[in-house]
Design a protein around this ligand. Structure first.
Ligand code: IPM
Ligand code: MG
Length: 365
């Protein structure tokens, strides 16, 4: 198979982890006889420095021609501490999602058994957790009208959803639920918000076409509690942009670390794959970032964008085997970890890569 993959490493540790994602894709190409060509584009802080824009037009043009995109992260402390700056790295990410029509963000939360102890949640509560989040990605308060008034003394961001936007993400979530345990939880705040009441009624309407899926609704505050109280009670979750952003960071603790969670953003054209973590400037340049979220994002890419299920499973199995062999990055290490097995970003990438071999089926755990 011949594919053009655009690398968009972005800022901070985005560069470090994306290099390991690429290393894995190169190995897959070599082992399974595919031709993956790569090109690279800029976004975020680097792009602002170079062009004045967080998502330059040249980048967008490159992305539109790609068969899939491997994205790292955007962000920089310079902007976080200066709320008055008008051009911000995150705008690049948001504009990219909107321009490429990436309205569905899939965030699978699956705990590798080896990491049961890495979470701050009790193992007996976590064991067997497997949740698939569908976060709506191009609507909500992220894209509603915003501004200042009253001589700059008041600010507002409008939470807004249209029927069409809810309808299309709901269909995706129901269809996914049909392939899993056939249980879908829709999360909103319909006891307070009008946009949530529309959300709930559209999800109910869409549900009529999926009678085999058991639909339930939960308010976001209750869902936040239930997620760590009883994560196994969830199968597929569908929610809006803001609630999904917050709940998936929370849910990352179920998988042990933010450094483990991959995501896929899909819509009507090219798919974008990225770790859910950010640019993490506090650890940038130290070589200690966990590359597994980026590596697992490449597994999602192969499966969802290219239909290469076997290759995708090889990556997941290689990650599992690496963890089973005791290797950890610092974020997922615990008191029982052998000090010699705490790896740098590159070493972790290399450990996973060397376990990918086409003619060997590595037993899944
Ligand atoms: C995410 C991130 C982004 C978001 C930021 C960087 C704009 O937190 O992808 O979850 O809020 O969507
Ligand atoms: Mg987030």
């Amino acid at each position: 198979m011949k594919k053009l993959i655009t690398l968009l490493p972005g800022d901070g540790i985005g560069k470090e982890v994306t290099a390991e994602g690429k290393r894995v894709l190169d190995k897959i190409a070599q082992e399974f006889d595919h031709q993956f060509e790569f090109n690279e584009a800029i976004i975020g802080h680097d792009a602002i420095e170079a062009t004045g824009h967080a998502l330059p037009d040249e980048t967008l043009a490159i992305l539109k021609k790609a068969d899939a995109i491997l994205f790292g992260a955007v962000g920089h402390p310079h902007y976080d501490n200066n709320p008055s700056l008008k051009v911000r790295p995150e705008q690049g990410l948001l504009k990219m999602r909107k321009e490429l029509g990436l309205y569905a963000n899939l965030r699978p939360i699956k705990l590798f058994d080896e990491l049961l102890e890495a979470s701050s949640i009790k193992p007996e509560i976590l064991r067997g957790s497997d949740i698939l989040f569908f976060r709506e990605l191009t609507g909500d308060v992220y894209f509603g009208e915003r501004g200042r008034k009253d001589n700059d003394n008041t600010a507002y961001d409008v939470m807004i959803y249209s029927r069409y936007e809810v309808d299309r993400i709901a269909h995706k979530a129901f269809a996914a639920a049909q392939t899993r345990k056939k249980k879908l939880v829709s999360v909103d705040k319909a006891n307070v918000l009008e946009s949530s009441r529309l959300w709930r009624s559209v999800v109910q309407e869409v549900g009529k076409a999926y009678p085999d899926v058991e639909l339930s609704h939960m308010f976001v505050d209750a869902a936040a509690m239930k997620l760590i109280q009883d994560p196994r009670s969830f199968d597929v979750v569908v929610t809006g942009n803001l609630f999904g952003d917050i709940l998936t960071d929370e849910a990352s603790q179920i998988a042990g670390s933010m450094g483990m969670l991959a995501s896929a953003s899909i819509g009507d054209s090219v798919g974008l794959y990225e770790p859910i973590h950010g640019s993490a400037h506090d650890i940038t340049g130290k070589g200690i970032a966990n590359p597994l979220a980026s590596i697992l994002s490449t597994a999602l890419m192969l499966d969802i964008s290219f239909g290469l299920k076997e290759e995708s499973q090889h990556i997941i199995d290689a990650v599992s085997q690496t963890l089973k062999a005791g290797f950890r990055t610092v974020d997922i290490a615990d008191s029982k970890t052998d000090k010699d097995k705490i790896l740098s970003t590159e070493q972790m990438g290399a450990q996973v890569t060397q376990r990918i071999r086409a003619n060997e089926t590595v037993p899944a755990n």
